[in-house]
Design a protein around this ligand. Structure first.
Ligand SMILES: *Cc1c(COP(=O)(O)O)cnc(C)c1O
Length: 358
């Protein structure tokens, strides 16, 4: 078996153990003689997968009964629209923070539905960061406050979350399940799976139950949270196979000691990589240190030419996906839960060798 270290931002690397387990049961799911992706989503084998995935997420995040865990489709981009469709009733206003490309997309979509106050805007600042808690000036009576917990493209992350009187809504696509946090501080959380949770195709939503009741009558059934809550995310055919793999990922997380253990490993991986960047004059981090992402480590080399050479040479050494997003350039190493510490160590060694040769 040949496996490289895949630093892609998304879809991204999955735990080898998870892929092996899915492979082992791909043709014959535990003696049933068919694949889990070929069976009815109402049949017992898939139902057990579905229920376990929900239960594991509830356990990992210690989620109370006041919240529902949903598996939807349409990605985080779908949620950019679904959140304001449901929560931003006529004449109401929402508070958004702009921290970069993903927050900006969420804002653009919300503006189609209703009032948006951008209550903090550092989206275009370089070095990049997310807003500081003391910068936020909330709108009285806002329908909700939206944040992007981790800006996947620029590599900036909220180290802690604001306490808000309006429900806090977060796009956690690229750091969900990377660290523990109090779900009770939020009204709604969403995440496309393909960064830190599993394969593309399923979108995780955690919603405080009362928030599902405020959707205007004009919202089509399919786009109401309530519809999917009432049917336990089986209103229509769910993405069974991505949910199955996500379930295996949550099992893997539990086996590794849960989110506190993952947070410790993630902090250690990120700290080493940033130390390697800071320890050289050749590499330059692109985020303000206190807001550096533990998931997407972004940095520059002295020239774009060297950056291109770096990406090419790294690929030849079995390290892929390091090219920064096309909108910002530079280098981005995505080191999600499933990136082994050995991958980060290999990257650091490579960086040192590359610098010495350049
Ligand atoms: C990738 C990403 C998105 C877009 O996700 P899709 O599932 O492709 O819609 C949105 N927000 C963040 C923070 C992301 O990293």
């Amino acid at each position: 078996m040949h496996r490289i270290f895949n630093f892609s931002a998304g879809p991204s690397t999955l735990p080898v153990e998870v892929l092996q387990e899915a492979q082992e049961h791909l043709l014959d799911y535990h003696g049933l003689g068919l694949s889990i992706m070929e069976d009815s989503h109402r049949a017992k084998p898939y139902m057990a997968v579905h229920e376990e995935a929900i239960a594991n997420i509830r356990e990992l995040l210690d989620i109370s009964d006041d919240y529902s865990v949903l598996f939807l489709t349409g990605g985080a981009s779908g949620q950019f629209a679904m959140v304001p469709m449901n929560l931003l009733g006529a004449g109401r206003v929402s508070d958004y923070t702009n921290s970069g490309a993903w927050a900006a997309k969420a804002i653009k979509e919300a503006r189609i539905q209703g009032g948006v106050n951008v209550i903090a805007d550092c989206g275009k600042e370089i070095p990049t960061r997310v807003p500081r808690l003391d910068e936020l000036e909330y709108t009285e009576g806002a329908a909700y406050v939206h944040i992007t917990s981790n800006e996947t493209i620029s590599g900036a992350q909220w180290p802690e979350f604001p306490q808000t009187s309006s429900p806090l809504v977060a796009d956690m696509s690229s750091d969900m399940l990377s660290r523990p946090f109090p779900v009770s501080q939020f009204g709604l959380i969403y995440a496309g799976a393909q960064k830190n949770l599993g394969p593309a195709g399923v979108t995780l939503v955690i919603i405080r139950n009362d928030l599902a009741e405020v959707a205007p009558d004009s919202v089509p059934n399919f786009y109401r949270y309530r519809t999917h809550m009432a049917e336990n995310s089986l209103y229509n055919t769910p993405p069974c196979f991505p949910i199955y793999v996500l379930m295996l990922v949550t099992r893997w997380l539990k086996k590794r000691g849960g989110l506190a253990a993952m947070a410790e490993i993630n902090a250690r991986k990120a700290a080493k990589l940033y130390a390697a960047i800071d320890g050289s004059d050749f590499y330059r981090g692109t985020a303000v240190p206190e807001f550096r992402s533990q998931m997407n480590v972004t940095f520059r080399l002295p020239s774009e030419e060297l950056e291109a050479q770096f990406v090419k040479a790294a690929t030849a050494e079995g390290m892929s996906g390091l090219k920064g997003h096309r909108s910002v350039g530079g280098i981005r190493a995505s080191i999600y839960n499933a990136m082994p510490e050995a991958g980060v160590d290999a990257l650091i060694s490579f960086m040192q060798e590359f610098e010495a040769k350049s």
